[in-house]
Design a binder for this molecule. Structure first.
Ligand SMILES: NC(=O)c1ccc[n+]([C@@H]2O[C@H](COP(=O)([O-])OP(=O)(O)OC[C@H]3O[C@@H](n4cnc5c(N)ncnc54)[C@H](O)[C@@H]3O)[C@@H](O)[C@H]2O)c1
Ligand SMILES: [Zn+2]
Length: 671
């Protein structure tokens, strides 16, 4: 390549990489896969090596991609927080081993291998054994002070265990969202009709930068520590650092292994290639570190990463196959999802026949046509995805995909709200999957909890015309059920008992079960507590609804719309006559003690042991009353971390007793 072309190419690559970095670190969005990103970066590094004078200081090859936001205080890192070189190939890993050997000379050396957890890096500063600060990596030399958010992570100790600690040290690690917590959030978002989060990494990085620590606490982040850092620490190896972190009570993933040589490293890599998918957290590779700290020092750093460590990344498996057909699925909320039906292909140990296409935009973005040869990829995710079309294999006679205009289930014309990517079938009350879905939603554990009923039974009841809405469940007779395929006397009794028992389920669960759009479990509880019964809720206006804490316009609109529909009112009337609970029972709060009987309490700030709503719940369980504003009538202010100074002043002025979390817990005898 001549220099002019190289210069152009370097500029082009740099611009793209800057852009993707920005999206990734600022907006927590991956527009391309990590592999594509890493390959682009590799190409840039290659060109810069060939033409060193074209390399600039602000090239993406020289700078850590992250950035500092203006939303938090900026903190300088005493020890820089660097990136890691990476590779997808075992040959390059051999080369790395060669460089290490050369750098160290005659001496023996060993490696310490860890999984590479896919979250966001954090540095926790401890002074005299106490957590004083949590900082993001930022640009490597300075980061965002996110101490309050870090404190919401329960496995991060506020004080280290034992009494032998250096005056100052840092524990560095990865904040992540466990896959289970991520799925739970998305389940809830789906129920509420909200946009889904793309993946646990992006969700973790978005969460740690939230302004409201209360919201962060709800997200159930976790953190693995993998580096003990500071000046003159009494350790000689990375391994000793890890052991020290464990002694201090930090959460260290028990997946590491010390390796005598590069062959043992390869073993470790092979061992985790498949097994890593069983870990509770997403991982994208292995981190290999030279164990001895002296040797680390000898090897040193590049501008961006240590020379004594490297990440070996697992490549998402990919293959090509033919797109046979696009079919469409209709969900409970009426959302339509296009599905690619593929010529079966073997990928990452399973046979892949289908891939989700998300929505019409995705089909257009890929410029997908039936009959196309497509690249499919399967990473840690369960659902494979189509990443590109092989245009060289396209049949010239093929034509663009025409997205369906009518519901494949009921024929109703589809609608697409302004600015939304997804098409909906608006026929809520007549579209089979929507009806069946609404009943499935109703019987779930968090709602009416009819566990003697399942998807298959609902399907049969629907097919026989016995059930068209949730109220119909309460009209089912013994004969109706007994005649269903597979039902005997006992199972029939069981099913009917389950339905009968649902009449005792608390109001807020039933309210959630009604399936009002955007009214998830938490919102249903809030509405239940506020309006006390369904009649008050049904006649509440938009203005009254948005007055309720945490109820926004979107929810309010949806609730008002729901109760304006006569069919919905009719269903509720029938449920009422059947004897369901449509009023909140004050006793539905389980009483645990009366230590706070007759007291009014205000809570403020962030707590180590409780989420925001949780501590309020606990107060009620012990007989206390939770109020929101400080006044002369308040008995106690429970002050968490990060409470505003004005609140404290006001409480002091009014003579309100202020206690901290530890004192609160001893008050209710929980510690
Ligand atoms: N898809 C995109 O659009 C896009 C954009 C920018 C960056 N990226 C991805 O991010 C990478 C760059 O991010 P990076 O600079 O944070 O590098 P990196 O994520 O590849 O490696 C460094 C990070 O690994 C983490 N890590 C996890 N486990 C570790 C362990 N056991 N020991 C040490 N560190 C551990 C730490 O947070 C550390 O900061 C790119 O290589 C690319 O894969 C993707
Ligand atoms: Zn339909």
């Amino acid at each position: 390549m001549d220099k002019n072309t190289a210069e152009q190419k370097i500029q082009e690559l740099s611009e793209k990489l800057h852009y993707y970095n920005y999206k990734y670190y600022q907006d927590s969005i991956s527009e391309i896969s990590d592999y594509e990103f890493d390959m682009m970066l590799k190409e840039l590094i290659g060109l810069e090596e060939q033409f060193p004078d074209l390399k600039t200081d602000d090239s993406p090859s020289q700078r850590i991609g992250g950035d500092i936001t203006k939303n938090f205080e900026t903190v300088e890192h005493k020890i820089p927080m660097l990136s890691l070189g990476n590779t997808y190939s075992k040959e390059e890993l051999d080369d790395f081993d060669g460089r290490v050997q050369k750098g160290i000379g005659e001496e023996e050396y060993e490696y310490f291998c860890e999984l590479k957890f896919d979250g966001v890096a954090i540095s926790l500063h401890y002074e005299n054994g106490k957590l004083i600060r949590g900082v993001t990596r930022g640009d490597g030399s300075k980061g965002d002070d996110i101490t309050n958010n870090a404190k919401t992570i329960r496995t991060i100790p506020l004080r280290v265990r034992g009494d032998k600690y250096p005056e100052y040290f840092e524990a560095r690690g990865e904040v992540f969202l466990p896959r289970e917590a991520f799925n739970e959030i998305n389940r809830e978002r789906e129920e509420n009709g909200e946009a889904l989060l793309a993946n646990p990494r992006n969700a973790a990085s978005g969460t740690i930068k939230m302004q409201d620590s209360g919201l962060v606490a709800k997200r159930k982040l976790d953190c693995y520590l993998y580096s003990y850092a500071g000046e003159d620490l009494p350790i000689d190896s990375h391994e000793e650092g890890i052991k020290q972190l464990e002694k201090f009570g930090f959460n260290v993933s028990q997946t590491y292994r010390k390796c005598k040589n590069i062959n043992e490293v390869f073993e470790f890599i092979n061992q985790w290639e498949v097994k890593r998918h069983n870990l509770p957290v997403d991982t994208d590779g292995i981190v290999i570190k030279v164990n001895s700290l002296d040797q680390q020092e000898q090897l040193g750093f590049t501008a961006k990463s240590p020379r004594w460590a490297i990440a070996y990344k697992y490549k998402a498996e990919s293959s090509t196959t033919v797109l046979k057909e696009i079919t469409y699925q209709v969900g409970r909320t009426g959302a339509v999802t296009p599905v690619a039906n593929l010529e079966p292909v073997s990928l990452a140990g399973t046979t892949v026949k289908r891939a989700s296409l998300h929505n019409a935009n995705e089909i257009a973005r890929l410029d997908l046509r039936v009959g196309d040869t497509v690249h499919v990829e399967k990473g840690g995710e369960i659902i494979p995805k189509i990443t590109a079309v092989d245009l060289t294999k396209r049949d010239l006679g093929s034509s663009e995909v025409e997205y369906i205009k009518n519901c494949p289930e009921c024929g109703t014309e589809l609608a697409r709200a302004e600015g939304e990517a997804v098409h909906y079938c608006p026929n809520k009350k007549g579209c089979p999957p929507q009806i069946k879905g609404s009943i499935e939603h109703y019987i779930q554990r968090k709602a009416a909890d009819i566990d003697s009923m399942g998807e298959r039974t609902i399907h049969m009841l629907y097919e026989k015309g016995l059930v068209r809405n949730i109220a119909d469940l309460y009209d089912l007779t013994y004969e109706d059920v007994f005649e269903l395929e597979g039902f005997k006397d006992l199972s029939t009794q069981n099913l009917l008992n389950g339905i009968e028992e649902s009449k005792q389920i608390p109001f807020e669960n039933i309210l959630f079960g009604l399936g009002i759009r955007f009214v998830g479990k938490t919102v249903a509880e809030k509405l239940g507590v506020h309006f006390k019964n369904i009649d008050n809720l049904a006649k509440s206006s938009f203005e009254e609804l948005i007055e309720v804490p945490e109820i926004g316009e979107r929810i309010a609109q949806s609730v008002v719309g729901y109760f304006q529909d006569e069919d919905n009112i009719a269903v509720i009337e029938r449920l009422k006559s059947a004897g369901l609970q449509f009023e909140i029972k004050e006793t539905s709060i389980e009483q645990k003690g009366n230590n706070l009987q007759g007291m009014s309490l205000v809570v403020s700030g962030v707590f180590e042991h409780y989420g925001r709503d949780e501590i309020k719940e606990v107060i009620k369980q012990y007989g206390g009353k939770v109020v929101s504003a400080i006044s002369g009538k308040v008995d106690i202010l429970v002050a968490g971390e990060n409470m505003g100074p004005s609140k404290r002043q006001k409480a002091e002025k009014m003579g309100v007793k202020i206690i901290n979390e530890v004192e609160f817990r001893s008050l209710i005898k929980e510690n």
